[in-house]
Design a protein around this ligand. Sequence first.
Ligand code: AMP
Length: 197
Amino acid sequence: MRLLLLAPPGAGKGTQGERLAAWSGAHHIAAGDLLRAEAGAGSLLGREIAAYQARGDLVPDRIVLDVLTPAVVEAAARGGYVLDGFPRTLPQATAAAELAARLGVGLQAAVYLHAPEAVLTRRLLDRAGLGRRADDRAEVIRHRLEVYAEATAPLVAYYTERGILVAVDADQSPDSVTAAIQAGLSALPLTGLRNLG
Ligand code: AMP
């Protein structure tokens, strides 16, 4: 399976990405995690990435593509991919489509998780209480939601036009969201998706 998860912060991309990968045998590629790993390595590039992440700004497309492309190429050759948090801008979407075409492994579905902004904010603030992520702070959370609305939300129309968008209400329990995604994917007329699960 080759799909991506498109969702605002707090919609449950990470959880659903892991579940979809386990369900389908595809590789879960979490853009934020890969970038955080690079940031943690302490290289010059890593320090640059860390600064963008701490502010809740998007890391520049050029850096994202450099970090993500090898993982996507490898996953495409071994059972497919679940892209979680990539692409997040139209130029990234175009670059990802070109890469997929070059590899002969096009995207089969874009799963769009949506929830009211008040729900997303509450979930992110709850997560902030756990203290796991430096960018889960009230003012950074607000900024990440703005960045999503401006840079990433246009991808919903992009994938709708391409006929591969599966929209799912993320304001339900994780199990209900997973079931809704699986039902949505099964309804897509794409080779290889019907026989899953
Ligand atoms: P996430 O773990 O998906 O919430 O991502 C955390 C942070 O990593 C984001 O706020 C951005 O700073 C950065 N990031 C993750 N994915 C991307 C992407 N595709 N393009 C640019 N920046 C990204």
